[in-house]
Design a protein around this ligand. Sequence first.
Ligand code: XMP
Length: 513
Amino acid sequence: HVLIVDFGSQVTQLIARRLRELGVYCEIHPFNKVDRDLLQAFNPKAVILSGGPASVYWDDAPMADQAVFDFGVPVLGICYGQQVMMHQLGGRVEGGTSREFGRAFIEKVVDDPFLSGLLENGEHEQVWMSHGDHVAEMAPGFGVIAKSPGAPYAIIADPERRFYGTQFHPEVVHTTNGRQLLRNFIHGVAGLKGDWTMAAYRAEAIDKIRAQVGDGKVICGLSGGVDSSVAAVLIHEAIGDQLTCVYVDHGLMRLNESEEVVGLFRDHYNIPLVHVDASDLFLGELAGVSDPEQKRKTIGRLFIDVFEAEAKKIGGADYLAQGTLYPDVIESVSPTGGPSHTIKSHHNVGGLPERMNMKLVEPLRDLFKDEVRVLGRELGLPEAFVGRHPFPGPGLAIRIPGEITREKADTLRKADAIYIEEIKAAGLYDEIWQAFSVLLPVNTVGVMGDVRTYEAVLALRAVTSTDGMTADYYPYDHAFLGRVATRIINEVKGVNRVVYDVTSKPPGTIEWE
Ligand code: XMP
């Protein structure tokens, strides 16, 4: 067990993720909940102090309970965590005139098990800094083991007590060998084995769901996507038919998607499922709406209305289950409570539970997409379902810029099915994070069999990504794109031109709206 003490960094959850990758069980607890009792109950074999937005010399700066340092286990302080450790153990932290953000290069000062396999023979390692303050004077017992030109205390250590501090973030991908540092801390310094698996996560999640829900009733909105499906199957495994699923079909799903979802849940898993065909309602209200945020809001509002009505019919549900993932949480709220920018208002987080006075069950809240897929396989979901590309809650509505009609949705569905079929035939589906088509509100002139055509343009999109937060376009070979374009134009009435989107995120987003 590893205890992560959270001081509010945007990337605390990444520490947990890295530890799971190392096969180690961990829990994140807010700094003000960690005291001697919690330590004794949880009995961690190591503690990690996260980064955070505060400065240790502020009046109410968050601190670690002294018990953390007296518990006798290795402690790793990251960024603000390092400063907390210095401040509380007798060192000094200063506000920076030189704030440091982004890449820096560290080199070894002395050998230490924490640096095992790294920084050999004067090598430099790229690390990712993000801080305003820095350690000015080390606490007694500590020495520098690695430094950078701008950070003389880049990594400090008290090997005797097995306390370590890094000024940078080893958990982010931009710290090239951050995984190795964490591995050294976990396996080398703390001596943890790493035999924890997703099977164990499943068992723990099931216990937690049972403890939370008791004999209450839960309803779960299925979207057809991986996240809500995995959440539903997990919850069903935990509480059986105390769970009812509701699938609201807004008429903007992909080809055959509704049949597949209903078939899987009703027939394969035998999970109680209500299938609501609300396509008339959604398409009716969306008529004439072309503003992207307006579309999202309309769909979000109608979804809540329909879902609420169904929930009332089912009656007596106390809990609402959602397949919220960690990136949804950080993109939707600012963990520090400060202002954060709404880039797009995702509709799968918030709104509904308050209005319906229901409590939330969110068993995937700590996980990233690829981890949800592993969990889905663990739960026996078919590969075709688990490996599916993400699909946004508002569905095809945000892939039809301008006004939405049923006819346009049908055209897009047909074209997109051909595109995806070709991707699968070429063996590329699993290399791509997300691929889809966008039906543009632009007609262009073409010529087919000596006849002039004047039809819509279809844009193809495919991106690689690890979490959807940044992305790059997929470099298809030209022959592939040509093949897809030919098939779509030949087989889909209403499209006479196909283009490929080569924008990365940022500056673009993955979806067009
Ligand atoms: P963007 O377009 O913001 O998309 O780069 C990032 C990821 O989120 C998905 N997405 C959504 N998912 N509701 C959702 O459930 C939404 O409103 C929404 N908008 C975008 C998108 O498909 C991509 O995977």
